[in-house]
Design a binder for this molecule. Structure first.
Ligand code: MF3
Ligand code: CO
Ligand code: CO
Length: 288
């Protein structure tokens, strides 16, 4: 949802004139003002955090239930419809639906095997040996929660097992070092050094991102080696979502749908994603 879109509450006003969460100028700390000016980063207030926490909990619940449905014979369209229904029942909106240009056509992303990300649900049944990433982003009361998880269908080959294991471990390791003062580039260092040590490559065409008040906010959070020297501070909310490939890191976007990214060599890719909050003490994983 963009700031100028009609508000989700149905008032007919623009979102920014209605339920758009107030960034607040009055009680804004000098640090928050500085981060917004310098980097475009929105440091969240206590009430933002409450809203984002709820959206993240919902996204995590919908993701878990949708993953539980994924098995051989089930189509990704069936998973999409189920996840869509769970959003509606919770009074929430699936953020991917209609997002971007061309508008994303479905409510979740389902990325199979050699698909890096942004797979579009379809009518092909899952089959033994597939690995599937399901990515759920929920909007609840105007706040966003973004997370994804992998499911292995039946028995999968060693390359697929490897990328699943390595991408999950990369996310765990990256989250484990989070604390105020950590530089953004240290996240990519932790991820790429581990992935390379396991013989895998790290996608650099897609990155993690600030989130919470909009789907994709600054800063970008690269998973590869980089030099982004932005210190983390309490109140930042962002995703980490490493995409790990068994072969080459590079990919291409399907020219037909202009969304789905495949690995260039057709080898498997895997991804896990959480939304996190930086706190005084360290971090909180919100999408659990
Ligand atoms: N959820 C994805 C992310 O983590 C974005 C999907 S964009 C969509 O950033 F339009 F494909 F949904
Ligand atoms: Co994301
Ligand atoms: Co996502």
């Amino acid at each position: 949802m963009k700031r100028n879109d009609p508000c989700w509450c149905g008032s007919g006003l623009k979102w920014k004139k209605c339920h758009y969460p107030k960034i607040g100028t009055q009680q804004q700390t000098p640090l928050a003002e500085n981060y917004l000016k310098k980097y475009g980063i929105i440091i969240k207030s206590a009430s933002h955090m409450e809203g984002i926490r709820r959206a993240c909990k919902l996204a995590a619940m919908i993701l878990r239930k949708t993953c539980e449905m994924a098995q051989a014979g089930v189509t990704t369209n069936a998973l999409n419809d189920y996840a869509h229904r769970l959003h509606v029942e919770a009074g929430a909106i699936p953020a991917p639906l209609g997002y971007g240009e061309p508008p994303f056509p479905k409510s979740i992303c389902t990325s199979l095997n050699d698909v890096i990300c942004h797979g579009i649900p379809d009518d092909i049944p899952l089959k033994d040996g597939d690995i599937l990433n399901i990515d759920v982003t929920s909007i609840l009361d105007g706040y966003y929660g973004d997370c994804s998880y992998m499911v292995a269908i039946g028995k999968v080959d060693p390359d697929k097992k490897l990328v699943m294991e390595v991408s999950q471990e990369c996310l765990t390791r990256a989250i484990g070092i989070l604390k105020p003062g950590l530089m953004i580039y240290e996240i990519g260092n932790a991820i790429e050094s581990y992935a390379v040590s396991r013989g895998c490559s790290v996608v650099n065409q897609f990155v993690g991102h600030g989130t919470g008040i909009e789907f994709h906010e600054p800063p970008q959070v690269p998973h590869h080696y980089n030099h982004l020297k932005i210190p983390l501070v309490p109140g930042m909310t962002f995703t980490i979502e490493p995409m790990i490939n068994a072969g080459v890191r590079s990919g291409y976007i399907d020219p037909k749908n202009q969304w789905t990214a495949h690995t260039n060599d057709g080898k498997p890719s895997a991804q896990y994603e959480h939304t996190v909050l930086i706190t005084e003490e360290g971090y909180e994983v919100l999408t659990i």
